[in-house]
Design a protein around this ligand. Structure first.
Ligand code: PGA
Length: 251
């Protein structure tokens, strides 16, 4: 069963007021592709302005705290993201797992807090180059997924998984089609084991150096239900061909 594709941009620590024109260009051009869900996860401080600039278009955060409020200097709750107009958030990106030392338990708690608040979640998993080279990529990612997954699938908000090999992020390298297919099948298997039939509905995105030149090939792979795109999501001219490739892949 083919799921509707989701192409989400992860702007990371990029984006000023002057970049809202790109948000507008992406939202405007995305209307041509009603069969693809398109979203942009922008820096939290830009969310409210982005939402005002493109009402109805999916704007998301890049992280969320697991508590609803409290003494957590510098952190942002799911309710705050919702209040700013976000409809989704990324959790467990490898850059945060590494730099902020986020554990699987924390990622799980973040995902649960966001879903409970009605935010759609893109939960990231992925292996390092060292793990890939020692032949342990699948067991490592499956274990990471198992420990990070929210305990229950919710009806109020949607969970998606992004498989992002760490060594492919921002490097121009991508995993082979065979490796992607194998990993996505393993992820699909775990989702089924955890959520039963509902696991079939969870979209599995690929991420790591996705761009116009490789998107068509990636979207043809079984169980690739979209992409999480970093560098190539900053400009409409780079991002929209990826959305177009997702639209083509459906047909
Ligand atoms: P990239 O980033 O497309 O620039 O490799 C992807 C990501 O980190 O989500």
């Amino acid at each position: 069963m083919a799921l509707k594709k989701l192409v989400a941009g992860n702007w990371k620590m990029h984006g000023l007021s002057s970049d809202l024109a790109e948000v507008q260009a992406i939202a405007e051009a995305s209307r041509q592709y009603p069969d693809v869900d398109v979203a942009l996860c922008v820096p939290s401080i830009l969310i409210e302005r982005a939402v005002r600039a493109v009402p109805g278009f999916a704007i998301g955060g890049q992280d969320v705290h697991h508590s609803d409020k409290g003494a957590h200097t510098g952190c942002i709750s799911a309710q705050m993201l919702r209040d700013a107009g976000a409809t989704l958030t990324i959790v467990g990106h490898s850059e945060r797992r590494e730099a902020q030392r986020e554990s699987d338990d924390e990622v799980c708690a973040k995902a649960q807090a966001a879903l409970a608040c009605g935010l759609n979640v893109i939960l990231c998993v992925g292996e390092s180059l060292q793990v890939r080279e020692t032949g342990k990529a699948i067991e490592t990612v499956v274990a990471q997924l198992e420990a990070s997954l929210p305990h229950q699938a919710t009806e109020e908000a949607e969970l998606a998984i992004a498989y992002e090999p760490i060594w492919a992020i921002g490097t121009g390298q991508i995993a082979t089609s065979v490796d992607i297919a194998e990993m996505h099948a393993a992820v699909r298997g775990r989702l089924g084991a955890r959520y039963g039939g509902a696991g079939e509905e969870v979209r599995i995105l690929y991420g790591g150096s996705v761009k116009a030149s490789n998107a068509t090939e990636i979207f043809q792979i079984a169980d690739v239900d979209g992409a999480l795109v970093g560098g190539a999501s900053l400009k409409a001219a780079d991002f929209m061909p990826i959305v177009a490739a997702a639209a083509e892949a459906r047909g």
